[in-house]
Design a protein around this ligand. Sequence first.
Ligand code: GAR
Length: 187
Amino acid sequence: MVKKNTCVFISGKGSNLKNLIKRSRDYNFPINVKFVISDNINAYGLKYAKQNSIPFLIINTKKRNYENKIINKLNKYHISLVCLAGYMKIISKKFLIKFRKKIINIHPSLLPKFKGLNTYSRVLKFKEKKTGCTVHYVNEKLDSGNVIIKKTFFINLHDDEISLKKRTQSLEYFAFPEAIIKIYSNN
Ligand code: GAR
C-alpha cells in the first residue's frame, strides 16, 4: 500500500498529532505524517515533530500571503491530506481554493451542535445528555463540512469541563484514525 503524505496543522498541545504519528507506524495505516504546521511558535506539539524528525513550519497568519508559504511546503512534500488537529485558526478561502485536496478537522462536540470555541462549557450549560467528537471535511464555513465520523458518550452528573475534555479527547484518539481509514477504504 502506498501511504498518503499527510500534513498535520496544530496550535497547542498536539496530542492528536502524537497519536497520528504513532498510528502511522502501522504498516496498514493509510497515511504518513510528513509535515507539521503550527501557527504558534510555542505550541507544545512541535516537540512531537522534532522527536520524530518530521519537518515543520511555524507560520504567522497575520502576514499577507502566508497561505502561499504553506502551499509551497505542501507541494514540496507531495501532501494529499491535511489534518487539522487542534488548529485554532479559520482556514482561509484562499487556502481552500489553492489546496484542492482533502482537508479534515476534528472538533470536540457532536456537530452540528456547538460549533466554534468553548465547547465544553456550552455542552454543560445546555444540559446535554451526551456529547463526543466529530471528524469532518473542511469547507468555507466553520465546522460545517460533511461529517466522516462521530463518537459519542453519555454525560454524568459529576462531569465538569475538565472531565468532559478528558473523556472527549480519549475518544478523539480513536475517531481521527478511524476517519482516515474510512476515507481511504474506498480508494
Ligand atoms: C482537540 O480536542 C480538538 O478537538 C480541539 O482542540 C483539541 C486539540 O488537542 N479542536 C478544536 O476545538 C477545533 N475547533 P491536541 O492539541 O492535544 O490535539
